[in-house]
Each structure stands twice: as structure tokens, then as C-alpha cells.
Design a protein around this ligand. Structure first.
Ligand code: MRU
Length: 366
């Protein structure tokens, strides 16, 4: 997608065919800074500090983390240890495990001398696969925006509400929830996006608003609690969010607060779609309640970063000293609240039957 008119992906291999370029997402929206990952440790740090985030991008970054390790030590022990360390970085998203399984399958049987070359080739395939999937999600999801536009008749732009950042910064390119938005915008369908700010890290306000702004997509940032009110007033035509892990029965786990939007959407008869590549599907899980929910540092809730009047980026404390904090990163929206899943293979019911209809191939238990 575009940054200042130039095409970018969120991750790439640099010209030296070795180091890995990323956009440091902790610096947005105030500064656009790219940085190089030169080692496994740097890849781990980038995921843990959320320089890269979003389930699909975390998966691809982990794959490149394995590549960086295979450069210095292609032994079995180093491969196993790298996968173990990477897997422990963020517990909720499924794509991380998916990417590491794919890397393991490609490298396990290879002779150590072959591993570096194979690792880079496989990681590049995973990145391309993600781009293809997200582009296809955009094509399929375009239909639901077109339908919403038709339902509006002559009443102007379609209003889409989204939560967190499930745009191109969360994937390698295009995004999941935002891919249909970008396709509709390219098609000239008038649309406007309500962007939940997404406390505590503000991925909506900092990243989604920035992305949409770069592409000229009309949008408005709202506080997290505004969505229900807008729905009651008829100001939302449909919701689209992403998913970090999707159960085989269609429950979806996404950024904390997603569930409340789904509840409000149901109460107001507003379609609630979840867009996801199949790399988020956990075929071994039937119940969303079993998904591990990441609990993050109290500091994220108690300290807010922003730009001061003199242009510097500063942090300010917002809590009474000593107040305890709970910081759950994700929540689970039960399948019954999801209108449909938008995947790279098409749109299906959020149910076991719906998912198996699109993905009928046999799967070995994970
Ligand atoms: O904590 P983050 O910023 O990694 O959370 C990201 C989300 O919750 C996205 O909605 C999710 O990864 C799905 S989108 C591609």
C-alpha cells in the first residue's frame, strides 16, 4: 500500500538479501521510521515491543526470525530453540504457530547446509501467501460493501465501523478488515470509516487512521465507547473487524472491545463481519473460551504517549499512583454474533459447517 505516494509492504528482505526491513509501528503516526532486523533476537524484540503487530504480520516476522537464525547456526538445536522462543512472544494469535509450523516443515528434513536458503524461500512464500489471501479477502468483502451501498439507496456514503488495526500494517499488505474498504474506495464506492481508537495502545487512532489517511479514505476517529451510540442513531451500516484466532466453530478472538461492538451491532440489527485469512483458524479448537488471552503490562493502561505542543513525542501518566490495572489484550466474540466470515476463499457462516464448506481438505491434528 502507499506511504506518501510510495508503495510499501509492512515487511521485506533488504537489498543485501539477508536483513529484514520493517516499519517501526511504535513510531506511528508521528514518524515513519523503517528499521532492519539483523538477528533472531531483533525479530523477537520487534514482536514483543510491538514494532510489528497484527496476527498475520507477527507470523511472517517470526518466519524471517527463523531465517536470521539459520544464517548463523543452521543446527537442529538452533532451529528448535528459535521456534520455541518465537512461539512464546505473543500467545493469542494463531498465525504465529501457523508460520512456525510451516518453517519447521520446510527445514526439519533439510540438511543444515541447505537450511538458510530454504528458510528465506519459505518465508518469502508465506509473505506472498498472506498478500494473496488479503487481496482475495478484499475482493470477497467488496461484495458486502456494495450490498450496503445498494441498501442505502440515495442516502450517501456507506459507514463502516472497525476496531483496532486490521489494515495493511497488521498484515504484509492490504489488511484483512480494511482490504474490502480499500477495494471499495478504489472502485469509487462512497464510504466512510468509523475508527475505534482502541485503548490502551490506540492502534485505531495511531495506525488505522494513519493508513486510511494515506489512502484518502474518509474516516473519523471515535472513542471506544461511541460505537453503540452511533449504531442506535443509524450511523453505522456494517462492522468489519479482523481476527487473531478463529475457532473451528467460528468464534473469533480479536482486540479487546470487539465483543462489545458485536453485541451492540446485534442489538441494532447491523451486520457484523469478521475478515480473516485461514492462517488464523485453529482447527483444533471448538470453543473460543479456550483461546489464551494475552495479558499485557499495566504501563500500557496508565501511560499515554502523544505529541506535545513543541512537536516532541512525550508520555504522560493518567492514573492515580498505586491504582491497580488489568490489561487484557483480546476478547472472544461468539460465532452467534458474527454475521459471516470473509476469508480468502469466500464468505461463509461463522460455524463449523460454514468453515468446512470452504476448507474441506483433511487436516492432521495440530
Ligand atoms: O495487539 P495487536 O495490535 O497485534 O492486535 C491486532 C489485532 O487485534 C488485529 O485486529 C488482528 O491482528 C487481526 S488483523 C490482521
Amino acid at each position: 500500500m502507499k506511504v506518501g505516494g510510495d508503495a510499501y509492504r509492512s515487511i521485506w528482505v533488504e537489498d543485501d538479501a539477508r536483513t529484514v526491513g520493517i516499519i517501526d509501528q511504535t513510531r506511528l503516526p508521528f514518524e515513519f521510521v523503517t528499521t532492519r532486523l539483523e538477528s533472531l533476537d531483533a525479530a523477537v524484540e520487534a514482536i514483543v515491543r510491538m514494532r510489528v503487530r497484527g496476527a498475520p504480520l507477527i507470523g511472517v516476522t517470526a518466519a524471517y526470525g527463523v531465517c536470521l537464525r539459520m544464517r548463523t547456526d543452521p543446527s537442529d538445536a538452533a532451529l528448535r530453540a528459535a521456534c520455541k522462543t518465537l512461539l512464546a512472544t505473543r500467545p493469542t494469535g494463531r498465525n504465529l504457530r501457523w508460520a512456525l509450523d510451516a518453517m519447521g516443515a520446510a527445514l526439519d528434513a533439510a540438511a543444515p547446509a541447505e537450511r538458510e536458503r530454504r528458510a528465506y524461500a519459505r518465508a518469502a512464500e508465506l509473505a506472498e501467501d498472506d498478500v494473496r489471501s488479503c487481496r482475495a479477502i478484499g475482493e470477497h468483502g467488496l461484495r458486502v460493501i456494495e450490498e450496503a451501498f445498494e441498501r442505502r439507496g440515495s442516502r450517501g456514503a456507506v459507514n463502516v465501523l472497525t476496531h483496532c488495526n486490521a489494515g495493511w500494517l497488521a498484515t504484509v499488505d492490504w489488511g484483512t478488515a480494511l482490504a474490502p474498504v480499500y477495494r471499495a474506495h478504489e472502485r469509487g464506492i462512497p464510504l466512510h470509516v468509523w475508527v475505534d481508537e482502541t485503548r490502551p495502545r490506540n492502534q485505531g487512532a495511531s495506525l488505522t487512521a494513519w493508513e486510511l489517511g494515506q489512502h484518502g479514505v474518509p474516516h473519523t476517529v471515535i472513542v471506544d465507547n461511541a460505537g453503540g451510540h452511533l449504531m442506535q442513531r443509524g450511523l453505522v451500516d456494517l462492522c468489519i473487524t479482523g481476527s487473531d484466532r478463529t475457532t473451528a466453530t467460528g468464534d473469533v478472538c480479536n482486540k479487546i472491545g470487539t465483543y462489545l461492538k458485536a453485541l451492540a451491532a446485534r442489538d441494532n440489527d447491523i451486520p457484523f463481519y469478521v475478515a480473516l485469512p485461514s492462517s488464523t483458524i485453529d482447527w483444533d479448537l471448538a470453543d473460543g473460551a479456550a483461546i489464551p488471552i494475552e495479558e499485557r503490562a499495566a504501563r500500557e493502561v496508565g501511560v499515554v504517549a502523544g505529541r506535545a505542543a513543541d512537536g516532541s513525542v512525550v508520555e504522560v501518566a493518567i492514573l492515580p499512583p498505586g491504582s491497580p490495572v488489568a490489561n487484557y489484550g483480546f476478547d472472544v466474540t461468539p460465532a452467534r454474533l458474527v454475521t459471516a466470515l470473509i476469508t480468502e476463499r469466500g464468505i461463509c457462516d461463522a460455524s463449523a459447517e460454514g468453515l468446512v464448506g470452504l476448507y474441506p481438505e483433511p487436516r492432521a491434528p495440530g
